[in-house]
Ligand binder design. Structure first.
Ligand code: PEP
Length: 255
C-alpha cells in the first residue's frame, strides 16, 4: 500500500451463523471496532442474517453486503435474491465470482457478467473474486487464468462502472487452507490485475482500482500482505467469524 486508495477489509461469513448469531457477531464487531483506523470495513453475512447485521451495525461505518445475487431484479426465480432486494435490506455491496460458487454452483463467466450488471443496476458495489487453482499455479498459467476471469466478468464495463468495482484476488489453494500466498506471490498477481485494468480502460481507472487479497489472511500475516504496493486490503473468510481476529486484521495485526 498505497497510493491514495483507501484500504478495504471485508469479512465473508460464508454459510455460518443463524440470524441471532449474526447479530451477536455484528455487535461484537461494533464494540471491537469502536475506534477504527482509516479503512473501509464490510461484512458479508448469509442472506438470513443481513437484516440483523444491518440493525446491529446501524450508526457505524461498517457496511453490510450480500454473498450472491440473481442477475434479474425479480420474477419467477425460486430460491434467488436480487440486487434490488439486497439494496432494500440495507446492503451496499455484493460478492460476485467467489471460487466456492464457481466450483460448487458451476457459475460461468457469462453468468458472472450478468450478476455484475445486476448488481450495478441495483446500485451495489461489486467485489469481484478471481484466482487460480493449485494445478493452474503449478502449470504456470496463473496470470492467464486470472486475466480471463476478469475479462469474462468485467471486460464489458465502462470505466465509470469500474468505479463501483473492487477486485479480490483469491488463489483457490489459499482459501480456507491455512496456506497463505506469500506477499510477493500476491503482489505479482495484483500488479498483473492493475496493468490489465490500465490496458482495458486507462491508467486513471487502474490507479483507482482497489484490489484485495484473500486466502487465509490472519492478524499474524496481514501486515506483510498490506505492505505490498498493489494490495489495497483483504477479503477474509474464517478469521472474520471472530471479532477479535477480524479487529486484528482491520488494524493490520496491531494498534
Ligand atoms: C474467502 O472466503 O474469501 C476466504 C479468503 O476465506 P479464508 O480467509 O478462510 O481463506
Amino acid at each position: 500500500m498505497m497510493s491514495g486508495r483507501r484500504p478495504l477489509i471485508a469479512g465473508n461469513w460464508k454459510m455460518n451463523g443463524k440470524p441471532l448469531e449474526g447479530a451477536s457477531l455484528a455487535r461484537e464487531l461494533r464494540s471491537a471496532l469502536q475506534d477504527p483506523p482509516a479503512v473501509d470495513i464490510m461484512v458479508f453475512p448469509p442472506f438470513l442474517s443481513i437484516n440483523t447485521a444491518v440493525e446491529a451495525l446501524k450508526g457505524t461505518d461498517i457496511t453490510v453486503g450480500g454473498q450472491d445475487l440473481h442477475p434479474e431484479a425479480g420474477g419467477a426465480f425460486t430460491g434467488n435474491v436480487s440486487g434490488e432486494m439486497l439494496k432494500a435490506a440495507g446492503c451496499k455491496a455484493v460478492l460476485v465470482g467467489h471460487s466456492e460458487r464457481r466450483t460448487y454452483e458451476k457459475e460461468s463467466g457469462e453468468l458472472l457478467a450478468a450478476k455484475v450488471a445486476g448488481a450495478l443496476r441495483a446500485g451495489l458495489q461489486v467485489i469481484f473474486c478471481c484466482g487460480e487453482t493449485s494445478d493452474e499455479r503449478d502449470a504456470a498459467v496463473t496470470q492467464q487464468v486470472v486475466v480471463s476471469q476478469l475479462n469474462d466478468g468485467l471486460g464489458d464495463l465502462r470505466a465509470t462502472e469500474m468505479e463501483q468495482v473492487v477486485v479480490a484476488y483469491e488463489p483457490v489453494w489459499a482459501i480456507g487452507t491455512g496456506r497463505v500466498a506469500s506477499p510477493e506471490q500476491a503482489q505479482e498477481v495484483h500488479a498483473t490485475i492493475r496493468s490489465w485494468a490500465a490496458k482495458t480502460w486507462d491508467s486513471g481507472s487502474a490507479r483507482a482500482l482497489r484490489i484485495l487479497y484473500g486466502g487465509s489472511v490472519k492478524p499474524t500475516n496481514v501486515a506483510g500482505i498490506m505492505a505490498q504496493p498493489d494490495i489495497d486490503g483483504a477479503l477474509v473468510g474464517g478469521a472474520s467469524l471472530n471479532a477479535d481476529s477480524f479487529q486484528g486484521i482491520v488494524c493490520y495485526g496491531g494498534r
